[in-house]
Design a protein around this ligand. Structure first.
Ligand code: TYM
Length: 340
């Protein structure tokens, strides 16, 4: 009998989330979790708090972490006993497997990671955590034999590395880890037309990122709906004068079409057809601004009604579950490599 696939994802809670995190990772995960947890698949949603400390965190990590989980609930996650929330730092097996995988990953592989290159560019000194980030991520995934890992497109390179490390380990020590699905199969599973990369509103060549200082570039989930509306209305577009989906030549307009589709849970192709032939960028901006503002308003009021105790209870149950699965897997790994 084949096991039902496990679905797993994580979002760092360093700061308030952006619309990019929400549309690229959180909302697709909520939709998948609702569907697959009812089909007896385990769905793990964890907080990669050890990944968070690659950059300075202040005392707000705890609050942000609670808020992130509240966002899942407010976004419509229907809790049941197949959905597990946990903190990476509470499951020691993550760090331990990371070390073991470090001994199979190479410096060359990690040097090629785009995220590492971006984060270290121009810096005199870079912490080892930034470099080793993808190996810890591989441990997060492989400990639970996760097949599907819904993440935004920027994380696909880390997923590829996870697959390579799993393959290498299995080859050397015997079948131990389930191979996560290839990025193209992850996309199919997420039922999105492509990997999702929500763009910076002022510089649509780049992804929308929490670390971009310009406020107009990003929509934060805590933004007042009116502020979010203004940011969309001031989004940079182009001078082509035609509404069409062409990420290469018209990334600003394509980004707006993408946002409109995701916020309304509509197929991207349907939104593209609705706007095909239109030329007034202002009309599209108005519509997207309205969609985003309505969404923010609805879930901000829901978040305010979720108690901290609900989250504490969820984490306690999830951590008991995760510790059991992860420590059993770690034991097998330790045996295979000769530590036991
Ligand atoms: P983080 O916190 O940087 O990002 C969380 C998720 O948000 C997605 N994302 C975006 N998607 C679309 N458009 C954007 N502009 C955008 N910005 C961010 C990211 O792709 C991600 O899915 N390394 C992970 C955290 C992690 C993890 C894991 C995920 C650690 N271990 C194991 C899955 C499985 C990350 O990028 O976090």
């Amino acid at each position: 009998m084949t096991k039902n696939p496990t679905i797993l994802t994580g979002i760092r809670a360093n700061s308030e989330l952006t619309l990019g995190n929400f549309l690229g990772a959180l909302l697709p995960m909520v939709r998948l979790a609702n569907e697959y947890s009812k089909k007896d698949c385990h769905v793990n949603i964890f907080s990669p708090d050890l990944h968070s400390i690659i950059s300075e965190v202040d005392g707000s990590l705890h609050d942000n972490l609670y808020r992130t989980i509240k966002i899942y609930l407010a976004a419509g996650l229907e809790l049941n006993d197949h959905i597990h929330f946990y903190r990476q730092s509470r499951i020691p097996a993550h760090s331990e497997l990371c070390w073991i995988l470090n001994c199979t990953a190479t410096m060359g592989e990690l040097n090629r990671m785009t995220q590492y290159k971006d984060k270290s560019e121009g810096k005199d000194s870079v912490n080892v955590g930034i470099f080793d980030y993808p190996v810890l991520m591989a441990a997060d995934i492989l400990l639970y034999d996760a097949t599907y890992v819904p993440v935004g497109e920027d994380q696909f390179q880390h997923l590829e590395l996870t697959r390579r490390l799993a393959e290498r380990f299995n080859h050397k020590y015997g079948e131990t880890f389930t191979m996560p699905a290839k990025p193209e199969d992850q996309i199919k599973f997420m039922k999105t037309d492509n990997g999702i990369r929500i763009r910076d509103l002022q510089n649509p060549e780049k992804k929308m990122s929490k670390s971009t200082p310009a406020e107009n570039s990003k929509i934060m989930l805590s933004d007042a709906p009116t502020a979010a509306r203004k940011k969309i209305m001031s989004a940079i577009t182009d001078s082509v004068g035609k509404i069409q989906y062409d990420m290469f030549n018209q990334p600003g307009i394509s980004n707006l079409l993408q946002i409109e589709a995701l916020v309304n849970d509509a197929p991207l192709q349907e939104v593209i057809s609705t706007w095909a032939g239109e030329t007034h960028y202002g009309d599209l901006k108005q519509k997207v601004a309205e969609s985003v503002a309505t969404m923010l308003e609805a879930f901000q009021s829901k978040i305010a009604n979720i108690q901290d105790q609900t989250i504490t209870d969820l984490l306690e149950a999830g951590e008991a579950y995760a510790n059991e699965i992860a420590s059993t897997k770690l034991l097998t790994v330790q045996e295979r490599v000769g530590l036991r």
